[in-house]
Design a protein around this ligand. Sequence first.
Ligand code: ASP
Length: 434
Amino acid sequence: MSVKVCKFGGTSMADGNVINAVKNIICSDAGRRYIVVSAPGKRFSGDKKVTDLLYACHAAHGTEKERAFAPVRARFESIARELNCGLAVKAVLDETEREIFENADAGFTASRGEYLCARIAAEVFGAKFCDARDVIFFGADGGVDSERTYKAVKEVCSKYDFVVFPGFYGTGSDGKIKTFSRGGSDITGALIARAIRASVYENWTDVSGFYACDPRIVASPRHIKSLSYEEMGELSFMGAGVLHSQSVLPVREAGIPVIIKNTFRPQDEGTVILPVSDYLPGNGPVTGISGNKNYTAVVLYKASAETDPSFLRRALEICGRRAAAERTAGYAGSLSLAFRNLSDDVTGEISSSLEEELQPDSVRVIKNLSYVSVVGYGLGSSCALPQKIFSALAAAGIEVYSAEYGANRLSFTVSVRDGDFENCIKTLYSEFFN
Ligand code: ASP
């Protein structure tokens, strides 16, 4: 029998009804034995995710803290009630509240959403609960200690054949609870799949996989049946919010396929993500288009900086003290560094430190930029596609600020004004898919 690791995201755990649907999904396939859950997500638009409630709880002070924990408590109590869960939920919540008040650590507090959800799910599914703090380990550099993690996961999975793990967190090198970045339960699922060399990593969410572009921008875009890990990485990094962009790394190493499935429409085919060697290019030259808004580019110019081998390193170091540059581009004496969601204060700090420490001829800040990537294997084989991109954007009156191939020629990215973002995606979608 093929062993599957299944991760269920926040909307799949949002209330008792949907958790029952998850139980049915699990029971319908005996291979679905290792389950990873996120904290309960939004039940309706305007609702709050439990993780957001917990961060708010961490930010609250004194008696406000108790008030801030109340909606978390109410949420889990109602889930437990709906599911007729035998777990002594009140006692577990009391204990959690006490620990949060005593421990006041953001990582610990945020992790409790996944912890509580996994405790309840394990009880309801009749599975063994395994705390992620005992199997997911981070090293001193902040990255996952994969050797230790894989060993611990394997040990648990060889002892128990039906386990629920909380996603999103593990134990840091200081022994304290540490979380991944937001959406990080996807990474937990991938690590567990890799550790036990699962036959497949199923990622259950609230959409039926990847689409050629954001359905909120273009109505009913083409559904993508299969993708390579690399294409998925490019699309996710640039904003296709289906999977965490780092989550494929562990499974990719082991060639484990990932299937994105919809908890609310389990009959839908979903999207399968495969190693490039197994991938049948059925997508045409372009697989998808994705992008993100709200970048700030800091553009430095210094005559003959290209002769100074330390210029780039120092520039990155100076910026890195305040924010991580998501995109860099350089040519001769000019260097452009783009940051996402940078506040005006930090932008000011970065440009004045660059001015002081690197003494460039000029530093220019361009705010409100969007980056949009066209992703697909056709980009590597012909220059015709960038030409089409430029012509389509020019015909739509969209000004392009910068353009570049990704290092592996799997993507071509342009930057445009935030105000042109939606139109840019629509224009490129109709160029390549209509
Ligand atoms: N609950 C966490 C978040 O909201 C992690 C996850 O959902 O994967 O980011």
